[in-house]
Write a protein that binds this ligand. Sequence first.
Ligand SMILES: [Zn+2]
Ligand SMILES: [Zn+2]
Length: 573
Amino acid sequence: MDINILRHSCSHVMAQAVKELWPEVKLGIGPSIEDGFYYDFDKKEPFTDEDLAKIEKKMQEIIKEDKPFIREELSKKEALDLFKKLKEDYKVELIQEIPDEKLSIYKTGQSFIDLCRGPHVESTGKIKAFKLLSVAGAYWHGIETNPMLQRIYGTCFETQKEVDKHLKNLEEAKKRDHRKLGPSLEFFDIYHQEAGAGLVFYHPKGALLRTIIEDYERKEHLRRGYQMVITPHIMQAELWKTSGHYEYYRENMYTFKIEDKEFVLKPMNCPGHILIYKSKTRSYKDLPIRFFELGTVYRHEKAGVLHGLLRVRGFTQDDAHIFCLPEQLRDEIKAIIDFVFDTMKVFGFGDVGIELSTRPEKYIGTDQDWQQATQGLEQALKEKGLTYDINVGEGAFYGPKIDIKLKDALKRKWQCATIQCDFALPKRFGLTYIDSDGKEKQPIMLHRVILGSLERFIGALLEHYNGELPLWLAPVQVRVIPIKDVIQDYAIKVMKKLQDNLIRAEIDNRNETLDKKIRNAEIEKVPYILVLGEREAKQDAVSVRKKGEGDKGSKRLEEFIKEIEEEITNKVT
Ligand SMILES: [Zn+2]
Ligand SMILES: [Zn+2]
């Protein structure tokens, strides 16, 4: 059974239950979503937790009655009359927006009617396991000037066991929420009233984590034939007019005027990289050219959609643009895919989901362009033996793309890598290279990110590991705890020795009990604790406690350093 059909059918049952309980409520829309469904309702009083329980009970009754989902076809006029009579204003609006002359409705039970294309399961009894989760405000059609409806979210699976597992995951996810972990581990905070919303402040530990990630990325990009570039944060509006962003992306851009010149705070890195490409004549022999930048961009997002590190107004992408010959496209894409998978592995993400988005209804570029690029992307995926979903018509108007989403420890998907072909920008900027026949031709341009937004990736990392980062990523790798003041000198010697070996170490020499210091280090999720007493000092030794494994006994300092250096070098996750 298609699980989405089951979930969508469950949303109908929820809407029916709501209408039976509160007949005056008006219906919005009710699609299936990942792991569940929702339905939007216009109801004066807010839904309470008790209401959700009531709705669930009513839904159980409807399911028990095993009512069939009956499809009927109507003309647009008949549909309009019907939903006007039912006083379903939002449905009336939807019908008016649908260009088709024939519409379908679905009936369940005595009186419940919904405008819907279908399909559904045969009857309500096919729904075996669901749970309503939460209520949130949602503007009709997502437009802020429209009425605010109440969206009830639910989950639905084929079996109760799966629902239980999902609920457990949600519980666990709540505990791991990076919006809680980040500030409590002193990695970052996001909201400063006087600075504004959606802006991230990295505290020392978070800044260190990000630097570690960035250092890794720089090295890997150089190793894989990329060249590093750095482009300005503000550039004149003219540039963004050429790129098209000024026309199509204006509402997300921060712009300002100085001395009659209009400037834009860059929302993307592409135009800057293009200017560097254009700075001299390029020959086919120069291609492929791969420009990489850890580019910080600013995009205005509406306050309502800001969410932790996932949706912010300023973030840094590991962004690259590749300019290549048509015949180089497939190998470039394969190399990027390898890069993505190698990187995911290094950071400890084993599982990914891949999506290929193809030509939408409105597009630019020739059919041949699209065919070549889409084939290039698809063949690269096939040659790598990867399975992927195709999102028909979901590509950008300027080219097809591959999205790779990582799956975390709780099986949740996080958007990370994107590989995007672009026919628009090379044309708009008049990019060329001199081919072997001496003629000027237009290069293929790829936009790609590996981790995507570093902010979002750090959020994913924290939640994936529940804050217990692998040793190579942990901002503090070793906490040194001397038992008595007498050992102070030895503790400093140990720390210096660790630091000499580029191991990130700290001493805890507060006037606290040993237990409390150990407990603190554990709460802060420090991977290694070294307890130093008289015996250790005499023997040049350290007593080792490893996070998650407890007491590992006493070791010679040299031996400990050698061991953890190996763990760091191998990037054990
Ligand atoms: Zn439906
Ligand atoms: Zn780009």
